[in-house]
Design a protein. Structure first.
Length: 283
């Protein structure tokens, strides 16, 4: 799926051409599987549902059952968007470091859910999905999710770039981003030391990516106490669900404009401007 979506500009949470369709959005995390219904504009209908993520390693059948449990309390829907914590291509899992790559690699989550739910399904990396809920569609925008591990996504003028598993690139010694700023590191080092690590990672990403704006998401972003600069903001974790509508914007854009959808315009939700900016300490 990432390879497909990277070739088109997604209309990120703009006005839908398919009035009335309800999208079931699913956000699979290291500690919880969340689900919510979205209206055609990408806004949540009612409350979200959540069940705990089964212990690692999570087999395909166990993962599927957890998803079914999360969506059970919700109402009717017409299509499904899924954010998955790992590399995904054409709906098939490539890596799942916090769930169990050894049991999930090669699993066609998209086809399996389509068969189980009898609805069309789109699956994408969870940081990519959250990005669609946060970006403004201008310049180089990056998302860093802070949860069980770390996730990243990069966009250029609203167009998603091919997914990179930057979280598994060494950042200090033998530690990758997951080990350096993931949940285990926060619990072991404490919030003060963990925040210093997050500040260091922000500096690294600024140098490597040269982003125009960086969005911090994920469940642990609430523990960020840094004084962030104007080009770094914290976004709601709910963007990981509401961004799911954008996985269908691509299809709608292609249906409407054909090949002209490539490099087209973006209609973002604009939620990234919430809250006052906080400046990160030097060094």
């Amino acid at each position: 799926m990432a390879a497909v979506c990277s070739s088109i500009t997604i209309l990120a949470l703009g006005k839908s051409n398919m009035d009335g369709l309800r999208t079931l959005a699913i956000d699979i995390g290291g500690t919880g599987v969340k689900a919510a219904l979205l209206d055609p504009s990408g806004q949540m209908i009612g409350k979200r549902s959540r069940v705990p993520t089964p212990p690692k390693p999570v087999t395909p059948e166990v993962l599927t059952k957890a998803i079914e449990a999360a969506i059970a309390p919700l109402g009717e829907f017409d299509r499904v968007s899924v954010g998955f914590p790992g590399a995904v291509r054409d709906g098939r899992v490539l890596t799942a470091p916090n769930l169990g790559t050894e049991v999930l690699s090669g699993f066609d989550l998209q086809a399996t859910l389509a068969e189980r739910l009898k609805k069309p399904v789109r699956v994408m990396n969870d940081a990519d999905v959250q990005g669609f809920g946060a970006i403004k569609g201008k310049g180089v925008e990056m998302v860093l999710t802070l949860g069980t591990g770390a996730g990243t996504a990069i966009f250029y003028n609203g167009q998603i770039m091919p997914h990179l598993e930057l979280a598994h690139h060494p950042v200090r010694g033998d530690k990758d981003y997951d080990a350096y700023i993931g949940r285990a590191a926060r619990e072991k080092k404490g919030k003060k030391a963990w925040n210093k690590r997050v500040a260091r990672v922000i500096g690294i990403l600024r140098t490597v990516v040269n982003f125009d704006h960086l969005y911090l998401g994920g469940g642990n972003s609430k523990d960020v106490t840094l004084d962030l600069p104007p080009d770094v903001t914290i976004v709601p974790n709910s963007d990981g669900l509401t961004g799911g509508i954008a996985l269908w914007r691509a299809e709608e854009a292609v249906s409407k404009e054909g090949a002209g959808a490539v490099g087209g315009t973006v209609e973002p939700i604009g939620r990234s401007g919430r809250g006052a900016a906080r400046r990160a300490p030097a060094g």
